[in-house]
Design a protein around this ligand. Sequence first.
Ligand code: BGC
Length: 598
Amino acid sequence: MDSFEWLNGYTVGYGFYHVDFTDPNKPRTPKLSAHFYFQLMKDNGFPITEDEKMLYGEFPQGFLWSSATAAYQIEGGWRADGKSLSIWDKFAHTPLKIFNSDNGDIACDSYNKIDEDIAILKQLGVNHYRFSISWTRVLPDGTTNHINEVGFRYYDRLVNALLAANIQPHITLYHWDLPQALQNVGGWENDTIVQRFRDYADVMFSRLGDRVKLWVTINEPYNVAMIGHGYGVAAPGISFRPGTLPYIVAHNLIKAHAEAWHLYNDKYRGRQNGKVSITINSDWSEPRNPYKQEDIDAARRIMQFYIGWFAHPIFNGDYSEMMKTIIRERSLAAGLTKSRLPEFTPEEIKRIKGTHDYFGFNHYTTVLAFPVDYGNLQHYDADRGAGTYVDRTWLDSGSGWLKVTPFGLRRILNFIKEEYGNPTIIITENGVSERGPTDLKDSHRSYYYEKYINQVLKAYRLDNVDVRGYTAWSLMDNLEWATGFSERFGLFYVNRSDPNVPRVAKESVSFFSTIINCNGFPDPASGPHDCLKPIPEGNSTSAPENDNSVNFLGLRLSPEEAETGLNTTFALLLVAATGAICFRCRKKMSNSDKLTTC
Ligand code: BGC
């Protein structure tokens, strides 16, 4: 226990137990280290935990295996063929908003590279591809006054090419690139956006719904509301009303989603028979000290203010009591006449509840929570009343906010099951980044996918979570929003200094495609397993009959790609020889938007 520490008196505590020397009873309180040491003695060492043990087994038949991208991050063609500007075009062209002044003007040039993108999807062996539509490519001023047929044709061709390759399209209508014309009239703050979004959805359902059976209305509404309109480090970059604007924006996002879902339900479902939902993102939040009630409560608040902000109205009906009570009380205490959290009318609550055909879920990492009292501050963070930090032993990635914490995925899948009525879940994003010199040997990514996907298998097989799909973020290195091209999440490396912008497989491609090929993790004890053998050339799940790919460094590549790969490898050797480059990056989210040295 803490005790008299010689010359330091009672100021330094070496104890497992904190002793309150000001209390005449000298009460002892165990610190987290006491619990840790207790567990260590009980286990007589460091046995491999349940979390870490591999589970062997398969996913259900028909499991959805996918990889994802988003329009602004990959397409380029920012002014091609009548496309007009989105809030991300504007944000990226505003000085100091994006690391290294990067922008999506060209990005991965996917607007001109349908064949190349299809080729790498085939190489991966996925049966689905999740991508988003650039609203301004189809509706330049955001409204249906003018439909840009040339822009639309890009998506029409992409969908047809995917289907020809036996890959099902999974389309996101809104992945953050709002038409600037709509931002000019208030964007997501103006509730006319609900009708605008519905009109846009109508165009897309009517034109592509005969062939597209899976839709996401809005990607990560939390990020739109908080990162774009609270912290302001994503477009449209507003940060001066963090106690009100994110809540108003979120309110309109939820209504817009619900209207698009009803539109599909009423007008298209009968003949198109597809599924429409929203993709909600969330970290998993653990209490800093699992034995301390204040930390447990802080972790719960983080969940209700993050995933619950959107999932509660859509799956359970209305905002959670916790959010409503806390924000109302803090608003009134600050002298406001009503809550800063907008209210849904009883009709709206009913209309929004149940607007889902599956739970689209994006997940990357876990945080540790503890309570923070921000006094009177009128800010989302203060309403939440919690801070977060990470365990120093967790593995790093190329993104400051992303620590490798596979256990959190199984826990949050169980949380979704318990909290939102056991919905069918499709994981619509999960992945890891790197930074620094390009290295095709991305063993950290294979490790991440193996461990995270294995947690999904545990959730499915051991916990009966109804998870039906897994989507790797991302198919290729792309514009990682405010951090530009410095953080790379791709399974494929994109050589942007070559005018042909070639895609080259990293090693994780063959690793991930083997998991897909086996539909899980076959037990070595019952092997050998055919699915573990290198996939014969021209014979991946969705490879064409006449695939003439060649083997390059153990990867299946087209002859042109192999040539590019060879050149790239040579170039990388040169880069490696000239030494590492140091970057500064802008943190995406979490507690603050401070610049961090990476
Ligand atoms: C987004 C992606 C992003 C990824 C990695 C998600 O928040 O949907 O667009 O690139 O996470 O940060």
